[in-house]
Design a protein. Structure first.
Length: 404
């Protein structure tokens, strides 16, 4: 029940009263105060405090929180609880401030007569087109609890795949970033110390050492600009990748890179087959399903291949033929889809392909890591090792001269 702050005057003595009161509405709060002999001056909702920070442009809702919400809602609906009451119970126990606001807004919209699916569509940052379409299909078919259970499975598998890919990329990217920072620190702080010692020797420095000293001087003179570039470059790259032509070119190049392209292709196949299979099993038309699936694939080159298949399908083609023409999907996948179309069990076949490719993604990530780990270590060893050798070469040369 909401809490209201009030300011009132005691009618008998004109004494001022301030306080707070729980009530169903401002009007109810006013009536209770007047019944106690108070002249109400103002009633306003109690501020809930500063909301937790969230990154601009994001929903502030984690995938795991959405899965828990969907599974609990499915259980309540299966138990016969009306959806408005279920949403009220879920919002009351929700700990995430941002998700709580969304749930309360959905509950309010449903109470006014809006369908659950349409209410979800008002929050696209939280609920994807896939989620909204499946919920709408569940409402129409009277199987919303079953659809929500399928959605939970879909979300859990999708989230697990994202974590695998992020985990695979964290090590090499983190190692390269650390090696870059180590190199900058050594050039900025360590090598200048050795430079003073080299100057005292008065001898001509080896080529590698001289190059490091010159580079150190440049880094020291431009250290502020270097750090600004390190901050600006990732920002510029992120902005550039939001431009469709640039992202499409990058996505196409990534597909052709050994190892990385294999992971991206197999991940896209798994996403495509599982998402489309889930939608077809839930009663979503194939044409609508292909449109939503194309939006769920991050690689534009593969997404456009799916849209091409959709356009050919609208002209009377099968799904398998245009997918084969694009050259993006493996022949085995296309042939299994063809069998699914011919037998009338396309949804079942798509789910089987997805299960198979989930394991393929694991193997592809393992292979990529096996290729990247030694490469990253070689880069790190090369950067740090060359600096150490360059700094100690004059000392070795001086020692050799003394022995001679």
């Amino acid at each position: 029940m909401p809490t209201y702050l009030y300011r009132a005057r005691l009618t008998a003595t004109n004494a001022m009263r301030r306080g707070e009161m729980e009530a169903t509405s401002p009007e109810a709060c006013t009536q209770r105060l007047q019944a106690n002999g108070l002249e109400v001056l103002s009633v306003k909702p109690k501020p809930e405090g500063i909301p937790p920070f969230k990154i601009p442009g994001t929903s502030g809702v984690k995938s795991r929180e959405l899965v828990i919400f969907s599974r609990q809602l499915s259980t309540m609906i299966d138990a016969g609880l009306p959806i408005v009451q279920a949403l009220e119970l879920l919002s009351a126990q929700e700990q995430n401030y941002h998700f709580k606001k969304v749930q309360l807004a959905i509950k309010s919209d449903v109470e006014t007569g809006m369908t659950f699916g349409d209410a979800l569509r008002k929050h696209p940052k939280v609920f994807s087109p896939l989620y909204c379409s499946l919920v709408t299909a569940g409402e129409i078919g009277g199987v919303l609890d079953t659809i929500l259970t399928r959605l939970c499975t879909q979300l859990e598998k999708s989230d697990a795949m994202k974590r695998k890919i992020k985990g695979a990329l964290t090590y090499p990217l983190g190692t390269l970033a650390v090696s870059l920072l180590i190199a900058i620190f050594m050039l900025w702080k360590v090598i200048p110390t050795f430079q003073d010692m080299f100057s005292a020797m008065g001898n001509q420095l080896p080529a590698l050492t001289q190059a490091l000293v010159d580079l150190s001087v440049w880094v020291t003179d431009n250290i502020l600009w270097i750090f600004l570039v390190l901050i600006a470059v990732p920002t510029i790259i992120m902005f550039a990748l939001k431009q469709r032509p640039i992202k499409k070119a990058v996505d196409t190049i990534l597909l052709s890179i050994p190892g990385i392209g294999n992971v991206i292709r197999k991940t896209a196949v798994s996403t495509f087959t599982r998402t489309l299979g889930t939608m077809l099993s839930s009663g979503v038309p194939l044409m609508d399903g292909l449109t939503i699936v194309a939006d769920s694939i991050s690689n534009i080159a593969i997404s456009e291949a799916v849209l091409f298949a959709r356009s050919r399908l609208s002209e009377g083609s099968t799904l398998a033929d245009p997918l084969l023409v694009t050259g993006v999907f493996p022949n085995m996948v296309v042939q299994m889809i063809r069998v699914g179309e011919e037998t009338g069990a396309l949804d079942t076949m798509l789910n089987k392909i997805a299960d198979f490719y989930d394991e393929e993604v694991d193997d592809a990530i393992a292979g990529l890591m096996a290729m990247l780990e030694p490469l990253v270590m070689c880069v790190l060893a090369g950067v740090v090792g060359s600096m150490l050798i360059g700094m100690y070469l004059p000392i070795f040369s001086m020692s050799s001269g003394v022995k001679g």
